[in-house]
Design a protein around this ligand. Sequence first.
Ligand code: G3I
Length: 354
Amino acid sequence: MEPLKLETDSLRDAAAHRHLLYGTALCTSDLTEKRRCDTILRECSIITPEYEMKWDRIGGADAPDFRASDRLVAFAVENGLAFHGHTLWWHESVPQDLGEASDARFAEAALEHLTRVVRRYAGRVYSWDVVNEPLETDHGRRDGLRHSRFLRAFGPTYLEVAFGRAAEIDPEAVLVLNEMGLEYASPGAERKRRAMLALLERALARGAPIQCLGIQSHLDAADQPRHHPELRAFLREIDGLGLKVMITEMDVSDQNCPRDRRLRDGMVADTYRAYLELVLEESRSLGVSTWGLSDDRTWLATARKRPDGAAVRPMLLDRALRRKPAWHAVKSALLSARNPDGGVEPAFPKGKIN
Ligand code: G3I
């Protein structure tokens, strides 16, 4: 078979050949450096705010601060990039001043925030992580839901409330339920996959407009299995529910890899490739985003420090924004993706923020 002729040698064009988006999480500080900005524009067709669109960052009703999120959305619109909104409701990003609020006040504030943000960017956002990380099977509920302020304030159908309101305001946006830890091979991950399927079946049966499952994909090179039948079966069941899939936050920690850099880079690259090939084979995917682009800007530098103190190397580009084996591995997986009619060419919106 003739090797694909790519318009440019970039991940965005490799992804586009399979009707996929490829992108990264970023912050406004990334846009202040020309080389980094140019790299984002060369490689990406979708961007995700790593922090600056979260509720605790925008703040409460009295003085919401949209300057940073407006800057990121404007960057996407000006450059014809899709924008993945992250995230509307997440138990870890609730403004502190709601800590002591009553359930009724919390419910009112949460709906007010969701309505305000979705309305502000309606028509400018390709997709939304409407709810992030709803499950915690260790909390002991039969439905596997996490004990959170959202559950306490709205009850176990809070997903339907959030997705229903978002769909009313921006019917064009792809509405995503985003979760971590569905990818692993542990018994806990299998419990979480079963709980997620049951949660989605119930919510969809009640008419919740959930269109896509976001799989965060924070992997570990030393223990992510190459052969993963449970994950394949799960993805097939998700496909059977008519749901698309998005890889929303992919990175591969080298925390538990040997110190040797070539060996580490190889293990990380091989993990990206095997994982991406599996997910793209078994799901109708819309896009793949990594949680950052380069080794000098990753949450893993603090969250998954190496015991030997060596600088971590989890991303696709090195600290000088040069392509690593992981970049080539992701490109190879994107180009080999079958991806049946999964992706769509999103009509990227133009124009001003509402
Ligand atoms: O920008 C402020 C800075 O002004 C201040 O001096 C500093 C110290 O307080 O905080 C800075 O904000 C930090 C922000 O990252 C930007 O660096 C916040 O405290 C910190 O909580 C925030 O952490 C983010 C975290 O989500 C919580 O929102 C991480 O960058 C981000 O990588 C992480 O991403 C999450 C996804 O949203 C959900 N999935 C898991 C993933 C990793 O935890």
